[in-house]
Write a protein that binds this ligand. Structure first.
Ligand SMILES: Cc1cc(Cn2cc(-c3c(Cl)cnc4nc(-c5cn(C)nc5C)[nH]c34)cn2)no1
Length: 288
């Protein structure tokens, strides 16, 4: 079945609800099938009362507005939404291999070729987002899903905003991924930009390769180590991978390696087979 065209209005009766796929702070996600097309999707159910109590209605509205307008293979699609008296429903793309952080915990850490392919996909998705002046601001393994063919998909745009941004945000959840410029709010206009996602990509790369975040510590120490950029890369990490991590985890946002350069970095090129020559090499029948 193809992606359903946007009918005049969605409603719950149009879906057969399947098994629960997961739960988040403000609701649950179920496997679902749209009856007329047979299209399988993930239905995220959010309870209005809980959103009001958590003061996150604005975030959900932004998540819907931003994610509905995105179409990229490494970004989870939001096909539509509807609500009833008590709940809001988001019709999301079903990611066949589930939540990336569960794969990471199970594997403890990813082999370098796997981490490099994931980082290349993240760079491609972030390039697409930044071109639309959207910054995700909450890149971490918990917000990434894995598709049927092993490709990753950024999900949960609850913290994304249109750049530039200087709104104060009460952060919840882990500090590990926060860039230094978000630790100390400042009065100057637009105190941070989409370059916050470059820092988080560096933290993500480190966690893929090491199985823990680079600044992981007590909350106070984590903030101090982030502010000073104090981290060490273990010796088992290759020199190329270490080089890319170091070029992303730069305190000055303007000095972080741009996404175009990430995609051409030796560590990425080494592991991401692309194009005919690489395909031949990979399939072993290339011209010598
Ligand atoms: C509320 C709430 C819960 C969550 C976390 N979450 C996301 C999913 C999810 C989504 Cl949105 C889309 N596709 C999924 N596929 C799976 C899955 C596939 N397998 C084989 N196992 C699982 C699990 N989960 C998906 C579920 N929970 N965010 O906000």
């Amino acid at each position: 079945p193809t992606v359903p065209l946007k009918p005049k209005a969605w409603h719950l009766g149009m879906f057969e609800i399947g098994k629960p796929l997961g739960k988040g702070k403000f609701g649950r996600v179920y496997l679902a099938r749209e009856r007329s097309s047979g299209f399988v999707c993930a239905l995220k159910v959010l309870h209005k009362i809980e959103l009001q109590q958590g003061k996150v209605e604005k975030q959900v509205r932004r998540e819907i507005e931003i994610q509905s307008n995105l179409a990229h293979p490494n970004i989870l699609r939001l096909f539509g939404h509807f609500h009833d008296s008590k709940r809001i429903f988001l019709i999301l793309e079903f990611a066949g291999k589930g939540e990336l952080y569960k794969h990471l915990r199970k594997a403890q850490k990813f082999p370098e070729w796997q981490a490099a392919q994931y980082v290349a996909q993240m760079a491609s998705a972030l390039k697409y987002l930044h071109k639309k002046h959207v910054m995700h601001r909450d890149i971490k393994p918990e917000n990434i899903l894995v598709g049927l063919h092993g490709e990753i998909k950024i999900s949960d745009f609850g913290w994304s905003v249109h750049a530039p941004n200087n709104r104060r945000n009460t952060m919840c959840g882990t500090l590990d991924y926060l860039p230094p410029e978000m630790l100390k709010p400042s009065k100057d206009e637009n105190w941070y930009s989409e370059k916050v996602d470059l820092w988080s990509l560096g933290v993500l790369t480190y966690e893929f390769l090491c199985g823990e975040a680079p600044f992981e510590d007590t909350p106070v120490m984590t903030q101090r180590r982030i502010a000073r950029g104090e981290m060490t890369v273990p010796p088992f990490v290759s020199a190329d991978a270490k080089d890319l991590i170091k070029r992303l985890l730069v305190l000055d946002p303007e000095k972080r390696i741009p996404l175009e350069e990430v995609e051409k970095h030796p560590w990425i090129l080494k592991h991401c087979v692309k194009g005919e020559r690489a395909f031949q090499r990979a399939s072993g029948d290339g011209k010598k």
